[in-house]
Design a protein around this ligand. Structure first.
Ligand code: M6R
Length: 354
């Protein structure tokens, strides 16, 4: 039931701080440390490589997960688009371990990949929102997202819950030893999300002024900001039908900047101190070609004139905050265009055909 909300999508966007807090509570033990089943940790510790397999938004969460597993645990991690992986597997390493990310647990492309993984006898974990779903039953282990039902076709709270569960898993795998307190940082993020959600009017006004008439738009960023850009672009295109692409901002000059015309909206995500000045340089380049450039920045990296400033949070987890701004951008663009936000054309919530 969507209660007083006009659409499920905005209700689900609003639920995200509560989902993060629920995950913190659910996965903490009596000693206040994150815990997951010990046999899962043993199986993952024996692995030489992790392989994350998913589609759409879940695959975009997978890219953030890759960064967490590599930087916090030091285990090489690859991300695979499920529909590609099922039929053409790359070299997997001596002892691969598979993580299937799927909100529904029913996505046929992901399931086909799991069938192949099971045929080869490789160990696997499904991270899903739906207890008892097909991928949960067919994988060796399951971790639940505890996000509550996600009804809108555009996935929002599942993305942030997937990243949170992978952050918790990385915390346990690294024996809680990599330089910050994950539980504490995640609760700061829940509060940061609330502060972003309290600024819906600002985002709506910005969208109304800049995205109502455009036929195309671009998101740019580097590393985690690029991964968020991929998700931001999918969200905007699937519900507002604005043709939106994400670019690693360093790639612009290798071809894509040719698409920038006078007035083209280009939204830059700036949350990474090591690349902020480079991305800002790219913002100047697109502006010089007439783009309508806009910046979403974290407080520590913000500059006068940035369109939206997000509270500063632990850099490795920045997608959990920046993505919320982009979910609201997509929502208000579709709403402003009079579209059915929850049921975009040509799409189904759960894609059960390959
Ligand atoms: O249920 P799943 O997470 O396996 O679904 C994967 C994709 O079909 C899904 O994320 C899709 O891309 C959404 N429409 C994105 O908003």
């Amino acid at each position: 039931d969507k209660g007083a909300y006009p659409y499920y999508m905005i209700k689900e966007i609003d639920e995200q701080p509560a989902v993060i807090r629920r995950l913190i509570q659910t996965y903490k033990n009596d000693q206040g440390q994150f815990e997951v089943p010990a046999d899962l940790i043993t199986a993952m510790q024996q692995a030489s490589n992790l392989h994350i397999v998913a589609c759409g938004t879940s695959a975009h969460a997978g890219w953030v997960g890759k960064t967490l597993f590599e930087s916090m645990v030091g285990i090489p991690t690859m991300v695979h688009t499920a529909s590609e992986f099922a039929y053409h597997q790359p070299l997997l390493g001596d002892k691969p371990f598979f993580i299937f990310l799927t909100q529904s647990g029913e996505t046929a492309d992901s399931r086909q990949a799991l069938v192949k993984v099971n045929e080869k006898g490789y160990p696997s974990l499904t991270i899903t929102n739906v207890k008892g779903s097909t991928l949960s039953r067919e994988a060796g282990y399951t971790l639940l997202l505890h996000a509550g039902p996600e009804i809108a076709v555009a996935s929002t709270k599942a993305y942030t819950a997937q990243i949170t569960v992978m952050a918790i898993l990385a915390d346990v795998l690294s024996n809680h030893d990599y330089g910050f307190d994950m539980g504490h940082e995640l609760s700061i993020i829940a509060t940061a999300m609330e502060s972003i959600l309290s600024e819906k009017d600002t985002i709506k006004a910005w969208v109304d002024a800049n995205l109502m008439a455009t036929r195309n738009a671009f998101y740019i960023g580097r590393h985690l900001d690029y991964y968020v850009s991929m998700e931001a672009a999918l969200k905007l295109k699937e519900i507002s039908y604005v043709q939106t692409e994400a670019f690693a901002s360093g790639e612009l000059k290798h071809g894509t900047i040719a698409l920038v015309e006078s007035g083209t909206p280009v939204i830059a995500v700036v949350s990474d101190p090591t690349t902020a000045s480079h991305t800002r340089g790219n913002v100047e380049e697109v502006k010089a070609r007439g783009a309508n450039a806009m910046v979403i920045a974290t407080q520590d990296l913000a500059k006068e004139g940035d369109q939206f400033v997000v509270p500063s949070i632990q850099a490795e987890l920045s997608p959990l905050a920046t993505v919320v701004v982009t979910q609201l951008i997509a929502y208000y663009t579709a709403l402003g265009r009079g579209l059915d936000v929850d049921k975009p054309r040509n799409l189904a919530k759960s894609v059960t055909v390959e």
